[in-house]
Ligand binder design. Sequence first.
Ligand SMILES: CC(C)(COP(=O)(O)OP(=O)(O)OC[C@H]1O[C@@H](n2cnc3c(N)ncnc32)[C@H](O)[C@@H]1OP(=O)(O)O)[C@@H](O)C(=O)NCCC(=O)NCCS
Length: 343
Amino acid sequence: MRLRKSRSPKGTGKIKGATGSSGSRITGVGGYRPERVIPNSEIVDAIDSSDEWIRERSGITERRFARPDESVVDMAEAASKGAIAMAGIDQSDIDAVLVATVTHPYQTPAAAPILADRFDLRCAAFDISAACAGYCHGISLASDMVRGGSASNVLVVGVEKLSDFTDMTDRSTAFIFGDGAGAAIVSRSDKTKIGPTVWGSEGDSWQTIMQRESWTEFRGNDEKTWPTIGMEGHKVFRWAVWGMAPVAQKAMEAAGVKASDLDAFIPHQANMRIIDAMIKQLKLPEDIVVARDIATTANTSAASIPLATERMLREGQVQSGSLALQIGFGAGLVYAAQVVELP
Ligand SMILES: CC(C)(COP(=O)(O)OP(=O)(O)OC[C@H]1O[C@@H](n2cnc3c(N)ncnc32)[C@H](O)[C@@H]1OP(=O)(O)O)[C@@H](O)C(=O)NCCC(=O)NCCS
């Protein structure tokens, strides 16, 4: 057989590039909190705890749980409507949908295309699995997408129904998690209103927060104990307190801002004591507004930062144009932080 000689390559710089915008910005945020309020008193008996202990160790007084028939996509849709309304765009202007979640209960398909369909959209749609850092990963991707020219308006959603994956008899997690959704629209902009993202992973610690059994182990398990999320609380606490303040600091440096330039600090709502420790380490001035949504919303993983943001804007704690430092961190272990101008 005669071997064909390879011909000279055709791709000699002929591909046309996409044109993006010079900057990006968040043009709207929205939030959805399920109706059912679960006070600590409803949790304590099953874990031999007390309202006082939970408040003191975590700062949580209550959380919201979704209805059994209320899905991750339902909550995402409700939050998205608020973000679209604030952005003042038509839903048909959205050209990519990113959903950050770890509790959409289907291995496939992702939640994002189902959410896109709720808005009659046929655009690019995919999920992000970065746990409590998912929203900040989404903002980073969306910002790069509009600047790179692959989208003009991106819907970014952080949504969780953690009540489906929590063992209500587990002392280390039962009181921590809540359900909810937060959404943002990221749009093209002449000015830079989303700073560079500082992000990373520490996969050697993947077992510190994890679904206890894989789906395949669950299938082979005759006892069939529903896989829930387990956590080594102490380790996660130390990592968050000591490891995440330097990441937040780097995000400020990357954006060229100092702590005194900030109006708001919106960290992932994991534990009030973690938030307080980060404020101390970052030496944040006292006049900076700090998100403390965890008290009544608990830890809603990917939803926690957009939910806290939506509340701070709605309650007038911050205004449109406020400069905020946001940082997400969680299972993986993974993290992402950036400075943003609020819509
Ligand atoms: C979960 C967490 C609040 C526990 O607080 P902690 O101070 O580390 O608690 P410990 O596990 O050291 O336990 C301290 C004591 O409280 C007890 N305790 C633990 N859980 C309890 C509970 N739910 N109720 C009452 N007592 C509890 C322990 O038995 C222990 O008692 P002892 O001192 O008599 O032995 C804390 O580790 C934490 O917030 N971790 C990070 C969680 C987080 O952010 N997760 C999400 C990251 S994305």
